[in-house]
Structure formats: structure tokens, C-alpha cells
Design a protein around this ligand. Structure first.
Ligand code: GLN
Length: 195
């Protein structure tokens, strides 16, 4: 039963609180992750939206970068929204200024472009089709990335502006948009059901 799953939310920066609430509503036991011991104790991790360059810096400061990469490499389920999607990639385009770049954690074999939509328009919302969900999802994009390349074994679950904006590789899920900001818990439920 999903209620027994302990799902962490990386709580260094970003919209942690919204994900904690969404996960609880989706039937998981949600807890914040700031320390290595917390990272080791969870069944799955959500990496929230926020600023991927800042989160990368803080992952190093909190000595979580290596342990988090290791847990992902071992197959820990994870879900990243927006900045979280960026961090879950294997390659990041427009990663930021040298020395302060967003660092890839390699949870999904894909190339993402940071702030991809933001070059035309900072934020927008729209209803998009999402494979596996019974009806469209209201997607909120805020300085969002898009996906420019996925490996063959990566499933594309949703697209916007011709680019993948929701993808899954095994037990790792990523969306360029923010389902935690709407009342719709289907994406979090999808993740909890993957655990
Ligand atoms: N543009 C942000 C980044 O590069 C992501 C924005 C968001 O998470 N809403 O990390």
C-alpha cells in the first residue's frame, strides 16, 4: 500500500511545502530531506521546482551531491518538477554561468534546456495531454525547461511547443511544469504508484 512509502522532498530550496502536501494527499508519508541520513532513509525522492543552479550549489554545501547521485544510480525512484527535471538530466544546456552551473544528477538519460520557454515568455499555463491519465492536465510552466533529447528507453508522457515536457525512465519521472501548484494530484499519485 502506498501509505507505507516514505517519500522525501529535497528541502534545500524551492517549493518544498507544496510537494509535501501533494504527496500526503497522494497517499505517501512525506518528509523533508536535508541530510545524508534522511536521504538514506527514504523509498523515493521529489526534487522540487526552484532554481537549479542554487540547488546544485546547496547540494554541494550540504554534501549531498555524491550520495544523491549514488542513490539514483542504485535505482532510487525520483520525481523532479521544473528545476528538479533539470537536475535529473544527464546533460543540461544553458546550465548557467561557469562555476555556478546546474549539475546533472543523471536520473534520466536526456538533454534538457534550462529556461527554454523563458526566452519567449516567462510563464504560461495550458491544458496538455498526459499519457496514462484519463483527461488533460492543467500545466503551469514557470521559467521552465524543455527536453531536447531523450534516449530510446525514455518514455515521453507529454509535450508542449513540440518538446517533451513530461518523461519517465524506469522509476524516475520528470515534468517541466508544476503539478504541485494545482489541486490535481494525479501526477504525484502516478509517482507514488511507481514506488
Ligand atoms: N529556471 C529555473 C531553473 O533553472 C527553474 C524554474 C522552476 O523551477 N520553476 O532552475
Amino acid at each position: 500500500m502506498s501509505a507505507s512509502h516514505r517519500v522525501g522532498v529535497l528541502a534545500l530550496q524551492g517549493d518544498t511545502r507544496e510537494h509535501l502536501a501533494a504527496l500526503e494527499e497522494a497517499g505517501a508519508q512525506a518528509l523533508t530531506v536535508r541530510r545524508r541520513a534522511e536521504l538514506e532513509s527514504i523509498d523515493g525522492l521529489v526534487i522540487p521546482g526552484g532554481e537549479s543552479t542554487t540547488m546544485s550549489h546547496l547540494l554541494r554545501e550540504f554534501e549531498l551531491l555524491g550520495p544523491l547521485r549514488a542513490r539514483l544510480a542504485e535505482g532510487m525512484p525520483a520525481y523532479g518538477s521544473c528545476a528538479g527535471m533539470i537536475l535529473l538530466a544527464t546533460e543540461i544546456l544553458d546550465a548557467g554561468v561557469p562555476g555556478r552551473e546546474a549539475v546533472p544528477l543523471a536520473g534520466i538519460d536526456m538533454t534538457v534546456r534550462r529556461n527554454a520557454f523563458g526566452r519567449q515568455v516567462d510563464s504560461f499555463e495550458g491544458d496538455i495531454d498526459f499519457t496514462g491519465l484519463d483527461s488533460s492536465v492543467h500545466a503551469v510552466f514557470i521559467r521552465a525547461p524543455w527536453v531536447e533529447r531523450v534516449a530510446e528507453h525514455v518514455e515521453v508522457l507529454a509535450r508542449a511547443a513540440g518538446h517533451p515536457v513530461a518523461v519517465r525512465q524506469g522509476k524516475v519521472l520528470a515534468t517541466a511544469f508544476h503539478p504541485e501548484m494545482t489541486g490535481d494530484r494525479r501526477v504525484h499519485k502516478l509517482f507514488v504508484d511507481m514506488l
